[in-house]
Design a protein around this ligand. Structure first.
Ligand code: SF4
Length: 315
């Protein structure tokens, strides 16, 4: 970075140039080989490519391995409570719409305790970039069955194998009214991951990206086939989709898919194949922040408004 002052204190200068390292927070404490490291690198690259101002960028998370993300990104951040990343991010964005808001959640965090918030956040379609780091397990609490755990996988909570077929986060998101951006990528596909994050960041609305994420400690085998054999992965391609020449060379199974076609997107989200790319995008869908008419108030007017509200309910 060109400026000598701290990254978060330099908001008034306009000659700053940020390198990836400038966005690095504390040293990540994830296990060696954890897919979260690759995702973190991709996020640092995304921020540097966009020269995103740290003071205008916020990462919000819940609880879990992936929810340590805000500590590792030198922007503003909020390491929240379990399952509540989306309500917190909603509050941030509605209060400060000029900020770029990112949310990182794990599959336990988002799809279990946070599932109600997840569904309604999709429908509200507030402009934020939401990353689901899906390793198919509760990692932080040591191998408990999560909603996306494959059926039959032995865990510490279901020692004879996970009972139920897993919930599919793509199908769920695509099934919610007003879902406006749904994509899937994987931590072991760095260029595709980068291109997907870029597309998600550019989308105006609730961008939902499910990232298949390796957990070599508790689910070391769940993505083995997809990692070792490129032929089990289908790459969604389209002029309006996600473009990654490297992935197109490596992954030979291409599915031409128009991301404006929600019915086909839902069909493609089904089945056992690993499919990556842009499933659906529509920027014309209404966004809650545009519909919600809140008058702009000065700090003094806000305090007066709150006091008037309190007086109104006084008994
Ligand atoms: Fe990553 Fe799994 Fe270790 Fe958590 S337990 S840090 S998800 S490898």
């Amino acid at each position: 970075m060109s400026s000598p002052c701290s990254i978060l204190e330099c908001g008034t200068t306009d000659d700053r140039h940020f390198e990836m390292d400038d966005y690095a927070g504390t040293v990540a404490r994830w296990c060696p080989g954890c897919g979260d490291h690759a995702i973190l690198t991709a996020v640092h690259r995304l921020l540097a490519n966009g020269q995103m101002k740290p003071e205008n960028t916020v990462f919000v998370s819940g609880i879990g391995c992936s929810s340590r993300f805000p500590h590792y990104v030198e922007t503003y951040g909020f390491h929240g409570i379990h399952g509540r990343a989306l309500p917190i991010a909603t509050g941030v964005k509605l209060s400060r719409p000029e900020l770029d808001v990112f949310v990182t959640m794990g599959d336990g965090d988002c799809c279990s305790i946070g599932a109600g918030h997840w569904i309604h956040a999709i429908r509200y379609n507030i402009d934020m970039t939401v990353l689901l780091l899906d390793n198919n397990i509760y990692g932080l609490t040591k191998k408990q069955t999560s909603p996306t755990t494959p059926q039959g996988l032995i865990t510490n909570t279901q020692t004879k194998g996970s009972f139920l077929p897993p919930l599919d986060p793509l199908q769920t998101t695509l099934g919610v009214t007003n879902a406006s951006f749904v994509a899937q990528t994987a931590d072991w596909m760095p260029s595709h991951l980068a291109a997907t994050l870029q597309a998600a960041k550019e989308h105006k609305g609730f961008s939902f990206v499910r990232i298949l994420q390796r957990c070599p400690v508790f689910t070391p085998d769940v993505f083995t086939d997809a990692i070792k054999d490129p032929d089990v992965t289908d790459l969604l391609t389209h002029d309006d989709g996600i473009h990654d020449a490297t992935a197109e060379r490596i992954y030979k199974s291409h599915l031409f898919h128009d991301p404006s076609d929600i019915t086909e997107a839902r069909r493609l989200a089904e089945g056992d194949r690993t499919r990556v790319g842009l499933f659906f995008r529509d920027e014309s869908f209404p966004r809650y922040e545009d519909l919600r008419a809140v008058p702009k108030r000065t700090p003094e007017e806000k305090i007066a408004f709150i006091n008037a509200e309190l007086d109104r309910h006084a008994v």
